[in-house]
Design a protein around this ligand. Structure first.
Ligand code: GDP
Length: 452
């Protein structure tokens, strides 16, 4: 992902600045120019970059900073705050509530990933106990209904659409009505896209929106559209009341800066990002961790603090070593499960990891999560040492899965579930590979300063 490069360039610029003995106007300008260049290369709109640069210069008045002030930190903080501000226009215009019917309309160009994203969004909520439903009001693209039907069937989500009806408004109304009667709490309406922005598309969107009165309109944008992002997002916003943005294909070669532009154009926050074609490859978007990653702090600043705070000093080096190697074995997962169950200090640490906390242990479901973790551990008890210590996911072939299922008296499906969970955590873990581990105290100071 090119965003990683952007992050690299920004942290290099900050690093160069900190190497300078005296930070004067010239050093600050050089640093800001470097950062601006990196943002422009990542397709952030020119005007936004220029404004950001001007704001930082205004905030960081070097003459006013008494000697002894840590200028580098103040500059870093200003950059962090500005980037957060760029990406955080506040809450979406509407936040659906579980158990209360909400109609969510998805809009975006053809190929942006709209239909895929509708299902991901439904599936994400379904896993959290919602009752979502999908309505295919895309009568423009041949095969759109089939695609939605296939995705919905796989994920066991109710859907509505028609092969014969050509009026999207009629289908949208019928679908929404039906699912309201069925007490679905998240009715997702997928609308038509076109290859490019054109009057017919916007007119149709307006009509569907008038007819279904959505609580929230989500604009889906392909992250690879580059500098066109701002204009495209603005055109959609002018036609319908876009209240949130989802940026797709963040896994590819996309520069990702388009996300910042879309936020600026729609004045709406990015709520999720798509990170692959699979239904699970969908992540909640959080501004602060995203920006701290761009600044080379990693998503893990708070996490590191916690390690220093609660892990006994003699256990820290080993854990940090494993973190920086980025290799996550089943045995390591087993050990962390043990810690979580004990809720010992390391358990607390791991419960801070995004993957461990939000997905594995959703709030309010602690009992179920504990039962699940215990189930996973029972199955892992039937694994061989080689299996537990392997980092090769291909090792777990069919016959091994069947053997583990038999050995632990669990259905094969449960073993597959556990292995999926392992893969998901291993993916998160792998992001920490090569992480520069800060010395004790260093990260705390930095995080405090950065407001993370
Ligand atoms: P629509 O025309 O906007 O409804 O787009 P589709 O949902 O049909 O998606 C277009 C293509 O993009 C499909 O091949 C999807 O599998 C793919 N796609 C959607 N979201 C993502 C994503 O986050 N990452 C990747 N790599 N591909 C995606």
């Amino acid at each position: 992902m090119v965003l990683a490069q952007l992050g690299g360039s920004i942290s290099r610029a900050l690093q160069q600045m900190s190497n300078a003995t005296i930070i004067d106007e010239k050093v600050l300008s050089e640093c800001l120019n470097e950062i601006s260049r990196a943002l422009l290369q990542a397709d952030v709109q020119f005007k936004m970059v220029r404004d950001m640069q001007a704001n930082i210069k205004r905030i960081v008045n070097l003459d006013d900073l008494a000697a002894g002030h840590n200028k580098r930190r103040i500059i870093q903080q200003a950059i962090f705050n500005e980037l957060c501000k760029m990406l955080d226009p506040g809450k979406p215009s509407f936040i659906p509530k579980k158990g209360k019917t909400s109609v969510i309309m998805f809009v975006g160009l053809q190929g942006s990933g709209k239909t895929t994203t509708c299902t991901k969004y439904a599936y994400y909520h379904q896993k959290k106990g919602w009752k979502p439903a999908l309505v295919c009001a895309d009568t423009f693209r041949a095969g759109a209904f089939d695609q939605l039907k296939q995705n919905a069937t796989k994920a066991k989500i109710p859907f509505y659409g028609s092969y014969t009806e050509s009026d999207p408004v009629k289908i949208a109304i019928e679908g929404v009505e039906r699912f309201k009667k069925e007490n679905c709490d998240l009715i997702i309406v997928d609308t038509s896209g076109r290859h490019k922005q054109e009057a017919a598309l916007f007119e149709e969107m307006r009509q569907v929106s008038e007819a279904t009165k959505p609580n929230l309109v989500i604009f889906v944008m392909d992250s690879s559209i580059g500098q066109a992002a701002f204009d495209q997002a603005q055109a959609f916003k002018q036609s319908v009341a876009v209240g949130a943005v989802i940026v797709t294909k963040m896994d590819g070669h996309a520069k990702g800066g388009g996300a910042l532009s879309a936020v600026a154009a729609t004045k709406s926050p990015v709520i999720f990002i798509g990170t692959g074609e699979h239904i699970d490859e969908f992540e909640v978007f959080d501004v602060k961790p995203f920006v701290s990653r761009l600044l080379g702090m990693g998503d893990w600043s708070g996490f590191m603090d916690k390690i220093h705070e609660v892990v006994p000093t003699d256990q820290q080096p080993e854990l940090l070593q494993k973190l920086s190697e980025g290799s996550f074995t089943l045995r390591l997962m087993y050990e962390q499960f043990q810690n979580i169950l004990k809720m010992g200090p390391i358990g607390q640490v791991f419960s801070m990891l995004p993957g461990f906390s939000a997905e594995l242990m959703p709030k309010g479901h602690e009992k179920e999560s504990q039962a699940k973790i215990k189930r996973y551990m029972t199955m892992m008890d039937s694994m061989t040492n080689a299996e537990l210590d392997s980092t090769n996911p291909k090792l777990m072939n069919e016959s091994r899965v069947i053997r583990i299922a038999r050995g632990s008296g669990r259905p094969v499906r449960d073993v597959m579930d556990m292995l999926e969970e392992y893969k998901r955590l291993a993916k998160i873990w792998s992001k920490m590979k090569g992480l520069k581990i800060p010395k004790k105290g260093e990260m705390s100071a930095l995080s405090r300063n950065m407001n993370v």
